[in-house]
Write a protein of this length. Structure first.
Length: 261
């Protein structure tokens, strides 16, 4: 899949007949599915992330003898200006998920880890576009294939490292979705693998603060601060916790005062 900005011209001096140049967040497109112009497919395969190119396509690589009325006349020579914003190779990932569960189990571990990393990258892309629901689904897809039994300690370490990255992404995404219970659950799964993971402790603290579980929040955040004492986000969250706790206690005192007055 790739994210591109493009403009198509019949004449460079005229306005483009098609463009997404003014779109702030162009969608992720698949070659052969969302991008079907043969010349554009070939051109994009020669490009890398961040590259800008200009292609001129003869009719056989563009809209053919018939054209595409009323915009494109017959036998039209067209020019495309293209910028590749992002590129994610999903070929191996797509092929893996077409296999049966039995076939997936025999897939080499390094390829499984690569597929999981590709799905996580897709999730990261969707997260950056603030499409948190779709990002969550990609992260879960990545996590679903990391449950295989390792054949050695080295394999276990590799699988655990991949799991931690995906679980941290899931915890953060559930916070964005305002579902702190799930965010806490995924953060705690990281701590089962690495009890000194400062990011996981921070996410758990954020989730507990969201749920007004102030003692648990303080415990998680204090442990995170002990590991990273100068971390700006952790220290700010502790300050936020103290403000919330102080406000909560004042409300409790006011409630008691009214009950017994």
């Amino acid at each position: 899949g790739c994210t591109v900005k493009y403009s198509g011209y019949l004449d460079p001096r005229d306005k483009p007949f098609c463009t997404n140049f003014y779109s702030r967040f162009p969608k992720l497109m698949k070659l052969g599915k969302d991008i079907t112009l043969w010349g554009l497919e070939i051109g994009l395969l020669t490009m890398k992330k961040g590259e800008v190119a200009r292609f001129i396509f003869t009719p056989s690589y563009a809209y053919g003898k018939q054209g595409c009325p009323p915009l494109i006349p017959p036998n039209a020579l067209v020019m495309f200006e293209v910028e590749v914003l992002d590129f994610l190779d999903a070929g191996e990932s797509d092929a893996f998920f077409e296999l049966t569960p039995e076939q997936q189990d025999t897939f080499p571990l390094q390829k499984v880890l690569k597929v999981a990393d590709t799905e996580r990258e897709f999730g990261n892309y969707l997260y950056r576009k603030k499409n948190f629901l779709a990002a969550k689904d990609r992260y879960k897809k990545a996590f679903s294939i990391l449950g295989r039994s390792p054949s050695s300690e080295a394999e276990q370490r590799q699988i655990s490292a991949s799991k931690v990255l995906v679980l941290l992404n899931l915890s953060l995404t559930y916070l964005k979705l305002e579902r702190p219970h799930q965010a806490l659950a995924y953060g705690e799964k990281v701590l089962e693998v690495d009890q000194r993971n400062a990011k996981a402790l921070f996410r758990c603290g954020q989730a507990c603060l969201w749920m007004a579980e102030y003692e648990r929040a303080r415990d998680f955040l204090a442990r995170a601060q002990h590991i990273k004492p100068f971390n700006h986000d952790i220290n700010n969250e502790l300050k936020k916790l103290e403000i919330c706790y102080k406000s909560y206690m004042e409300k409790e005192k006011e409630t008691c005062r009214r009950m017994f007055s």
